[in-house]
Every structure is written in structure tokens, then in C-alpha cells.
Design a protein around this ligand. Structure first.
Ligand code: ADP
Ligand code: DP6
Length: 320
């Protein structure tokens, strides 16, 4: 009853922001992401009837703050299997934790898949995504490589993720690590506060759905210019919506704006470069992977080598 899985982080090109159902984690809008090869989580689980309590270790250190989240998530699968065995979970993040670089996405995809394997549940990836969703919404999309859509749905069974394109074209991201410290407001809290207090929130779900339709056409045409444009506009609409919350939610920092200025300069120089940002100050530049080094060279004029990570498209979550 032991298994180890690696799942890659994903960055949304069309963002998920806000839940319709907090308990089932049904979102207010569908979303779409690109899985990244450089950032991932490896999680090992072991169930035993001899263990007396659940335990969770993150990066080799016992993490009691996250334990209840991990235990509650595991309960979904214990219930499905009809067992009460306790679990020991050992997880390592090859991505900064809680810094807007999607650690919760790779984390819950890896944990869910490892549980699926170790308990012999034989859930398909689509079915598994409906459970993983309850660990963290964005994790549904980290079960797959390439470009992945999480369809909003309106029930536990229908709110699920599928790969829509393997992304076998010249696409990548240059990630500018503006700050890798744990953020003050988690995505979960941030989106809740936005739904409750932002006067602009009512416009968000329909804007996101419109952007998703446009994005799917752009992906079909492998039109990177359009993909970048739609993604950047979608991210800015999400940030504008949360900035209007009360109290305001501002994840951008001075250095985020500095990176954004450099993206604009790159565009003026004729390079396809668009940015997206999540619940954190880090800036992700969508580009042709073949031009990533040119983009990095430009960024190096104002950022350090360690602050810039070039990444291509990541694969499906897999057993290791
Ligand atoms: P991020 O931007 O990194 O996804 P979130 O606030 O969405 O930040 O999620 C971070 C939270 O996810 C952490 O505080 C922790 O509760 C959980 N988490 C991160 N890594 C792991 C892991 N490897 N296993 C289980 N839970 C994790
Ligand atoms: C801005 O998936 O971390 O990255 O479902 O509450 O765990 P919970 O939230 P989470 O939120 C991700 C928000 C985002 C956009 C996205 O990834 O789609």
C-alpha cells in the first residue's frame, strides 16, 4: 500500500478565481493551463492499519500545519475504498511553496494520484480530477501534461479536467522569481474575499468563459501571439477584480512591474512575449521556447541569474 508519484505544476492561461460551491470546490468559471516541466512535486504515500495517526512531511520536515488538509483530502479516498487505515505522506516540492508558483497544484495532483495507485482505486485521470479538485482546484489540471482545461461543471462528477492539446509546438515560459517567500493571502482566502467584496466580480466569470473560447481557437491555430494576448488580458482582468476587493488584494510588487516593463520592451523589439501572474508577485512570460534565451538575456540586464527560470511543457503526472 505504497506509491510515489511526480506531478508537474501548471500555470493558468485562463484563470480560475472564485468558487460557486466551497464544499465541493466547484468554480465559478472554467479555466485552462499549461503544465511546466521545471516545477514539480514528488509525493510518496504509505497506508497501514498499524499506523495510529496520519503524518505529513514536507521537504523532509514534519508539517503539522498542512496535516489537516492532507488528512481531510485522504479521507475522500478512504471513504471510497471503505477503509480507515492511517497514512504517512512524504512530499518534496521542486517549486517554491505558496509563492504563486502553483505548489498546491502539483502537490494535490501528486498526492491524489499516489493514493489512487496505492489503494488500487483504478480511477481514470478524469475521475481522479474530481477528487483532486477538493484538495486544490488548480490541481485538477496538474494530472496532465500539455494544455489542460478544467471544465466548471455543476456537480462533483461534472467539474473535471482533461487535456485539450499536447502543446507540441514552440511554446514555453520564462518565470521571473520576484519573491519566493510564502504569500500573506492564500489563493483560497484571496478568491473568497474577491467573490464577497469586489464590485467587479460579477463580470469575471463571463469574461473568463469568453476568453476561454478565444483561447481554444488560438491553441487550435497554434497562434502564440493570440495565446499570449488573451492570457495577459485575462490575468490583468483577474488582478483588477481582486484589487477592487475590500480590503484590496494586491499581489504585485515593484519588481513585478519592472518585469512587466521589460516584457513591453521585448514586444517593441518584435519578440512575442506576454505575461501572466497568479496569486503572488512572480511574473511568467509566455513565449516561443526557442526565443527564451533571448528573453532571458534581456531580463539579465535587471534581474539576477537565479531569479530567471526557463521552462518548457511538462508531462502527465506519473508513477516513479
Ligand atoms: P501556491 O501559489 O504555491 O499554489 P497556495 O496558497 O495555492 O500557493 O497553496 C499553498 C498551500 O498548498 C500550502 O500552504 C500547503 O497547505 C499546500 N501544499 C504545498 N505543497 C504541498 C505538498 N507538497 N503537499 C501537500 N500540500 C502542499
Ligand atoms: C490564481 O487552486 O490554489 O493560480 O482551489 O482554493 O486550492 P484552491 O485554490 P488554487 O487557486 C489557483 C488560483 C490561480 C489561478 C489558477 O491557477 O487557475
Amino acid at each position: 500500500m505504497k506509491a510515489k508519484v511526480r506531478a508537474h505544476a501548471n500555470i493558468a492561461l485562463i484563470k480560475y478565481w472564485g468558487k460557486e460551491d466551497e464544499v465541493l470546490a466547484i468554480p465559478n468559471n472554467s479555466s485552462l493551463s499549461l503544465t511546466l516541466d521545471k516545477f514539480y512535486t514528488e509525493t510518496e504515500v504509505e497506508f497501514s492499519s498499524e499506523f495510529t495517526s496520519d503524518e505529513f512531511y514536507l521537504n523532509g520536515v514534519k508539517d503539522d500545519a498542512t496535516l489537516s488538509k492532507v488528512s481531510n483530502f485522504t479521507d475522500l479516498f478512504r471513504k471510497l475504498k471503505g477503509i480507515n487505515d492511517r497514512v504517512i505522506v512524504r512530499s518534496v516540492n521542486y517549486v517554491p511553496t505558496a509563492a504563486g508558483l502553483a505548489s498546491s497544484a502539483s502537490a494535490f495532483a501528486a498526492l491524489g494520484k499516489a493514493i489512487n495507485v496505492s489503494l488500487d482505486l483504478n480511477l481514470s485521470d478524469e475521475e481522479l480530477s474530481t477528487y483532486v479538485r477538493q484538495g486544490s482546484g488548480s490541481a485538477t489540471r496538474s494530472l496532465y501534461g500539455g494544455l489542460v482545461q478544467w471544465t466548471k461543471g455543476n456537480s462533483h462528477e461534472s467539474s473535471k479536467a482533461v487535456r485539450i492539446d499536447p502543446a507540441n509546438f514552440d511554446i514555453g515560459m520564462v518565470v521571473v522569481i520576484v519573491n519566493s517567500k510564502e504569500k500573506k493571502i492564500s489563493s483560497r482566502e484571496g478568491m473568497k474575499q474577491t467573490v464577497l467584496t469586489s464590485p467587479f466580480y460579477p463580470a469575471w466569470p463571463s469574461e473568463a468563459e469568453k476568453d476561454l473560447d478565444l483561447m481554444k481557437v488560438a491553441i487550435k491555430n497554434q497562434d502564440l501571439e493570440a495565446i499570449g494576448k488573451i492570457a495577459e488580458n485575462n490575468a490583468l482582468k483577474m488582478h483588477a477584480t481582486m484589487m477592487a476587493a475590500n480590503p484590496a488584494i494586491i499581489y504585485m510588487e515593484e519588481k513585478s512591474m519592472q518585469a512587466i516593463r521589460l516584457v513591453h520592451e521585448l514586444r517593441a523589439e518584435g519578440i512575442t512575449a506576454y505575461f501572466t501572474m497568479d496569486a503572488g508577485p512572480n511574473v511568467k512570460i509566455i513565449c516561443q521556447l526557442s526565443q527564451a534565451e533571448v528573453i532571458k538575456a534581456k531580463l539579465l540586464k535587471e534581474f539576477n541569474e537565479e531569479e530567471i527560470i526557463v521552462t518548457g511543457v511538462g508531462p502527465d503526472a506519473s508513477i516513479i
